[in-house]
Design a protein around this ligand. Structure first.
Ligand code: GLU
Length: 464
């Protein structure tokens, strides 16, 4: 039974990287008829941002990546929020201490600060020096009740630390450069390193797919697994997403935040499609496919370890493809949702031509936000100059020559082309004169299908 998970920390806005991980973990679980779990890693209480957890679940819902087990859904392996599992970590920590895999450390902040300063001055690696490693358990226990303390992992210095990553192969770490990291803090909250191992074990996680920034923690996790004698899951560290200038797509960039994509009018399906292409490619190199096609084919071992370029221009293009491939009815539903709080749109969506307008707009927009400028004139319009008004008057005369029965696309097009050639003006100007706007839906279709002869002539008359 395949069980995968994401383990986000609720420390900020919903991050596109979380969706990237969720996509792979969800897809691999579904491919294998397994379970996808969301565990909230909130042990660093100082960094918790209120509302951040809800935002993560909102994002999963928006993308259509529903989890099988989580704090909100429950499950057989709960609780799924680490702050509610403190007793469990305490129990396993005592066990590890008894086994000699961890030890209590009483070093004060002052001592650690001084150590860090001297290591940094001597250009040595900054790490705990094992000062309390030699304390006997008996001695340590006597001091527990009246001295602040933490618990640290005892990294065995004599064995090779080899970690296996299913994408990158074996990676060897130097045990003497691997720190005796803190497993439990003085407030009795576990650290990431300890909680992640205990939970992945107890929650029976079979495949850990996560970002490459966690690869360097893996040797410590391996040591903990081995002390307990637990079977390890398979590990896959996915490449970090990069900006076109190769910098890391970090929290500083606006587009790391999922809310940004929603506001811009990207479709969740298109974003998922795009994310699939970050480190993975379809066997026939196809770029457009949906989630079910991906699920059928995806195996995390096929991910490429090199940082894929997160190119927003490409995402926009792909989003446009998804928009064009939608039925007008579907697109209308998306648009109605997108503009639901925008009062300018209540009239637009009531128009009897709405489906026509959407059909015409469909090929002209890459994002839902672009629908606005296609159907609604901007607040501040440029006024016609006197010269333009003169041209407008002539144009009105020409259009009036076309009678009701001739008000057809091919005929109007001929008239407009002749007018353009005779007057030596641009189609852009003609567009502006007729619609009163610099851009919008295709002209001829608007004149025939949406506005009609009378409306067009009346508007033009008013403006010139
Ligand atoms: N809590 C870690 C995070 O915020 C999880 C890392 C992991 O998946 O092991 O990403």
């Amino acid at each position: 039974m395949v069980r995968t998970r994401i383990a986000p920390s609720p420390t900020g806005f919903p991050h596109i990287g979380t969706v990237y991980q969720a996509l792979f973990n969800y897809s691999f679980a579904k491919k294998n008829k397994g379970s996808f779990i969301v565990r909230v890693e909130d042990t660093d209480q100082t960094r918790i941002v209120p509302g951040a957890e809800e935002k993560i679940f909102e994002a999963l819902d928006w993308f259509g990546l529903p989890e099988d087990e989580s704090p909100r859904k429950g499950g057989d392996f709960g609780p799924y929020r680490q702050s509610e599992r403190l007793e469990i970590y305490k129990k396993y920590l005592s066990e590890l201490i008894e086994k000699g895999g961890a030890y209590f450390c009483f070093c004060t902040k002052e001592r650690l600060d001084a150590l860090r300063a001297s290591q940094s001055a001597a250009k040595q690696p900054i790490m705990y020096d094992g000062n309390c490693r030699g304390l006997s358990l008996e001695e340590a226990k006597k001091r527990l009740s009246n001295e602040p303390h933490v618990a640290r992992l005892k990294i065995p210095h004599t064995r090779k630390l080899i970690t296996r990553d299913e994408i990158r192969g074996d990676v060897e770490f130097d045990p003497t450069l691997t720190e005796d990291s803190i497993l439990m803090k003085s407030d009795f909250f576990p650290t990431y390193h300890f909680a992640v191992v205990v939970d992945d074990h107890l929650m029976k996680i079979t495949h850990v797919i996560r970002g490459e920034e966690w690869l360097s923690s893996l040797p410590k996790h391996i040591v903990i697994y081995d002390y307990f004698g637990w079977e390890k899951p398979l590990f896959y560290h996915t490449p970090n997403l990069r900006n076109p200038d190769k910098s890391k797509l970090s929290k500083r960039h606006g587009h790391a935040n999922i809310d940004w994509y929603r506001k811009e009018g990207f479709l969740p399906e298109a974003i998922l499609n795009f994310l699939c292409l970050m480190g993975w490619s379809y066997p026939d190199q196809r770029e457009e496919f949906d989630l079910s096609e991906f699920i059928n084919l995806f195996d995390p071992k096929d991910l490429k370890p090199v940082g894929p370029i997160f190119d927003l221009t490409k995402l926009e293009w792909l989003n446009g493809v998804w928009i064009r491939n939608m039925s007008v009815q579907d697109l209308r539903k998306r648009l109605e949702k997108f503009y639901k709080d925008d009062k300018d749109f209540s009239v637009i969506f009531e128009s009897r031509h709405i489906d026509l307008m959407i059909g015409l707009a469909q090929s002209r927009m890459k994002k839902l936000s672009e629908f606005r400028s296609l159907v609604i004139a901007p607040q501040k319009q440029r006024q016609f100059s006197e010269e333009e008004k003169e041209t407008g008057k002539k144009l009105l005369g020409v259009l009036q020559e076309i009678n009701h029965t001739d008000w057809r696309e091919d005929i109007i097009l001929n008239y407009l082309k002749n007018f353009r050639d005779e007057e030596g003006v641009s189609m852009k100007l003609i567009y502006f004169l007729i619609t009163g706007r610099e851009q919008g839906l295709p002209l001829i279709e608007t004149m025939v299908k949406i506005e009609g002869r009378d409306q067009i002539l009346e508007n033009l008359k008013k403006r010139v």
